[in-house]
Design a binder for this molecule. Structure first.
Ligand SMILES: [Zn+2]
Length: 329
């Protein structure tokens, strides 16, 4: 298990340093805009942009959120301290989103109980694929269409019992998503997933004020818990709101959950964020995302991906992909 996790941390770091996500997304959006997105129509069709509950044609971030509101999200778990993190967040009145990947769920002998605890504590469990391979640029060979679908479907099988009210959310590994990925998934039942859900804070680490826990806990860019937390606080203050990307299973010493890591950092930053007046919502409550979920306003015709006008340009590989392309205004 740890071997897998270490390899994955490493690959995340490589992808982050490569910095290609924004470019990929930006290049992809124009093409995606023409893929299965009908603007016509009073009557929403199944694949129409106005239909509620469907994979979206663009990038979802926290641009639609009110200032000073945050949605904490945790990727790549569950991990060694996930249950404790879940309970800490609950004690703080915070409901978070956990984007789990299938191998972690399976490798963790207590995987099911972790998921049960997350739900019991009011959090949302979402799909971060089965093997955490890039859906668009896996090497040495890109994934086949069937493999892309399988990446979502396997995790879907594992998490569906824990997904309430049809709130199926999806975040692709590394934020990699393009027109082909959309086309492949949109033809299957996996189109039920609302996504790709990216982030506004936490995409890449660049002192003095950009943060990424995946880099904080790596040799070469290693930070202390408070050092990494301060970067998150600064980036949050700069951006002012949004979806915050973190990774609950990773620690300064991989395999040593006592060594400090994201779990400990969250306990450092949450009280400070509250002092600063930030409030918290769950990622499915982000207005532009809520509209696309069952019970949302999507069927009324005003569903859509986030406008990019508030993209702070601060978040590296993340929301910088929202270049203003909104295929479904
Ligand atoms: Zn990930």
């Amino acid at each position: 298990m740890m071997h897998v996790a270490e390899n994955k941390v490493s690959s995340i770091g490589r992808a982050t340093r490569a910095g290609g996500v924004a470019t990929v997304l930006a290049l992809s959006l124009a093409a995606i805009a023409h893929a299965g997105c009908s603007k016509s129509g009073a009557a929403p069709a199944e694949n129409d942009c106005t239909a509620s509950q469907a994979l979206t044609n663009g990038v979802l971030t926290g641009a639609s959120m009110p200032l000073k509101s945050l949605a904490l999200t945790f990727d790549d778990g569950p991990g060694a301290r996930t249950i404790e993190l879940s309970q800490y967040l609950k004690s703080q009145g915070i409901r978070a989103g956990f984007f789990v990947w299938g191998q972690a769920v399976k490798n963790d002998g207590s995987g099911s109980s972790v998921l049960e605890q997350l739900i019991a504590d009011g959090h949302l469990i979402a799909n971060h694929t089965e093997t955490h391979r890039s859906l668009t640029q896996h090497q040495p060979a890109v994934l086949t269409d069937a493999e892309i679908v399988d990446e979502l479907r396997q995790v879907d099988t594992a998490i569906s019992p824990f997904v309430k009210d049809g709130k199926f959310l999806f975040r692709p590994p590394y934020g990699h998503f393009d027109a082909k990925t959309f086309d492949v998934l949109e033809k299957t039942d996996m189109k039920k997933y609302v996504g790709p859900i990216l982030w506004d804070v936490g995409g890449t680490m660049a002192p003095p004020n950009r943060a990424a826990d995946t880099e904080c806990w790596k040799p070469g860019t290693l930070q202390t818990v408070t050092g990494c937390g301060d970067l998150y606080l600064k980036e949050i203050d700069n951006v002012g709101k949004g979806i915050v990307l973190m990774h609950d299973p990773y620690f300064i010493e991989q395999g040593n959950p006592e060594s400090g890591g994201t779990y400990q950092m969250v306990q450092y930053i949450v009280p400070k964020l509250k002092e600063k007046g930030y409030t918290f919502m769950r990622v499915d409550e982000v207005p532009a995302i809520a509209k696309l979920l069952p019970g949302g306003a999507g069927a009324t015709g005003d569903a859509g991906v986030d406008e990019a006008t508030t993209d702070p340009g601060q978040t590296g590989e993340s929301s910088s992909g929202t270049d203003g392309t909104n295929p479904c205004p």
